[in-house]
Design a protein around this ligand. Structure first.
Ligand SMILES: Cc1cc2nc3c(=O)[nH]c(=O)nc-3n(C[C@H](O)[C@H](O)[C@H](O)COP(=O)(O)OP(=O)(O)OC[C@H]3O[C@@H](n4cnc5c(N)ncnc54)[C@H](O)[C@@H]3O)c2cc1C
Length: 508
């Protein structure tokens, strides 16, 4: 650690999906970059992982029965992925947040290099958004359009996809644009049967193979350039703003173990700490120039938080002949079909359905789009602080009648598709999970075309502070029904290309 007089070209906050890509793109373009990561590094994670596996095999350790661990991770332990890789998730006692009485939000976080994509049970489903999503606002009037189109983002999707080696099939669907695929994924006999029967009965519904890749581990590539300084256990608490120049100068951070505070300086600051955390940091970076939080002249920082609707879903027996039953897990995807070519009566937007199969079992899990609403927001708790004395996030977020109706529709549609395929529905888990459980949060610093109605421009640059960029899911004006991370990474790559151009042109 240590205060240094070095002024980096860029200081990146967070090394998750987005921060990792920012490090890779900026260093490969020749910039000297410092990344501050609140959690541990990859080697420390690997050592803990090996210990975890040894305890499981030699000592028959069960994460679920570890009451001490559960006490420290009361929130984190509610996600399906926690037992597989518990130490990847934060300690909830050290990292509290608050919600209004009776209005829970489940905030799932990983603090280590790679962020939540480093979790070993990560879903690794990567789908592009489409112009249906980017222009959803003007179709139904519920929120703004994006200030960019698929054509703007396509080259950057491609950069990410080629590097990750995404597998999947070319499906030619306008509302689920094809990626650049490294190799195809054949459908299993069960998925083929589902596809054939669903598409025959409902021509606007499609069953496609998943689109997947290994976790995007970008940090080694960035380190290889020799231009990246990675500082782990560095908890950023504020972004430093100079009222005289109107620019940010860097960040202040604390050593996670000793609590000692330091400063780091850069020509630009790239905030990529995750949707809720980035909003929290902006709000905590108050100054006389920005009494309501940095880059917040619009008053929109923290507002319009969204997360997909999520429920445990519908389980069925597929009644397949034994020779068609597969012992490996497979999963397929039914992209959004509501409000694509139709106009539904009861709700706007729609949902995609993830279809998991194993043996003779089938499980449909719909993920539905949440409409942006200003009252769903992140503020700072006036009383609760984290272990490092930083005000905790206060998260107010609830589903509206639109989401409730959409989920009801999805439960019915899943069952009718299962029945059409000859499956026997066995269990209907139709209780909507609390917001946050989909772990797809976006929206707290939306991008747009007008500084009055957005926080960032179309290049993730703060309207108020030209050398401040926020490149994580905070920038989403709306969320689509697809898993969001591929889009977050592509947007980061696009924003980084802009930063490099602007820096080289002397405009930053
Ligand atoms: C189990 C699981 C399965 C998932 N499956 C999918 C999927 O299939 N498809 C999909 O699209 N998405 C999936 N997601 C969601 C996906 O992982 C997130 O959308 C993505 O990781 C967000 O990237 P990010 O960089 O914004 O944030 P993160 O990946 O959360 O990274 C943020 C980083 O910032 C660091 N940080 C936070 N605060 C500070 C601070 N104050 N100072 C310094 N550093 C800080 C954190 O330690 C972390 O490393 C899944 C998530 C989980 C947990």
């Amino acid at each position: 650690m240590g205060n240094s007089k070095t002024v980096y070209d860029a200081v990146v906050v967070g090394s998750g999906a987005c921060g990792g890509w920012a490090c890779k793109q900026l260093t490969e373009a020749g910039l000297r970059v410092l990344v501050l990561e609140a959690g541990r590094g990859l080697r420390a994670d690997k050592a803990l992982w090996i210990m975890h596996r040894l305890r499981q095999t030699l000592l028959r350790y069960h994460t679920e029965s570890d009451t001490r661990r559960k006490e420290r991770q009361q929130i984190q332990s509610t996600t399906f992925a926690w037992p597989f890789h518990p130490h990847a998730f934060v300690d909830d006692v050290d990292n509290p947040y608050t919600t209004p009485e009776g209005q829970p939000f489940t905030w799932i976080r990983a603090r280590q290099v790679g962020g939540r994509t480093s979790v070993r049970a990560h879903g690794r489903q990567f789908y592009r958004l489409s112009d249906f999503d980017f222009k959803a606002g003007s179709r139904d009037g519920q929120g703004p359009d994006w200030p960019l189109t698929l054509a703007d983002l396509a080259p950057h999707y491609e950069t990410v996809e080629r590097w990750m080696g995404i597998r999947g099939n070319t499906d030619g669907l306008p509302n689920l644009p094809d990626s650049i695929f490294a190799e195809p994924i054949p459908l299993t006999p069960a998925e083929l049967r589902l596809k054939e029967r669903v598409e025959r009965r409902w021509p606007d519904r499609r069953v496609v193979a998943r689109r997947t890749a290994s976790a995007p581990v970008t940090m080694p590539a960035a380190l290889k350039t020799g231009r990246l300084t990675l500082r782990t256990h560095a908890v950023v608490n504020q972004i430093l703003h100079d009222a005289k120049t109107g620019r940010v100068t860097g960040v202040s951070y604390l050593d996670a173990e000793s609590g000692k505070s330091y400063e780091a300086h850069g020509r630009i600051v790239v905030l990529a700490a995750g949707t809720i955390e980035s909003a929290r940091l902006l709000l905590h970076s108050r100054s006389s120039a920005f009494p309501d939080g940095l880059a917040n002249s619009s008053g929109l920082v923290g507002r319009n938080l969204m997360d997909h609707t999520y429920l445990l879903g519908i389980e069925a027996k597929m009644n397949l002949p034994p020779e068609q039953q597969r012992k490996e897990h497979s999963w397929a995807y039914i992209p959004q079909f509501r409000n694509v070519t139709t106009r539904e009566q009861g709700f706007v937007r729609g949902y995609g359905v993830q279809v998991f199969t194993f043996d003779d079992n089938c499980h449909f899990v719909p993920f539905g789009e949440m409409v942006p609403r200003a009252e769903n927001r992140v503020t700072l708790s006036p009383t609760v602080k984290d272990r490092w004395g930083i005000p905790a996030a206060h998260i107010e977020c609830k589903h509206s009648a639109n989401e409730v109706k959409m989920v009801e529709d999805s439960v019915a549609a899943c069952q009718e598709m299962m029945k059409e395929a000859g499956f026997t529905v066995e269990r209907v888990n139709d209780t909507m999970s609390t917001p946050g459980m989909a772990i797809h949060e976006v929206g707290t610093a939306r991008m747009g075309t007008d500084p009055k109605t957005s926080v960032l421009n179309a290049h993730n640059q703060s309207w108020d502070v030209p050398n401040l960029f926020v490149t994580d899911g905070s920038c989403f004006p709306s969320q689509g029904s697809q898993n969001p991370t591929l889009t977050m990474m592509a947007i980061t790559v696009r924003a980084c290309a802009y930063m490099v151009r602007e820096l080289k042109a002397g405009r930053l």
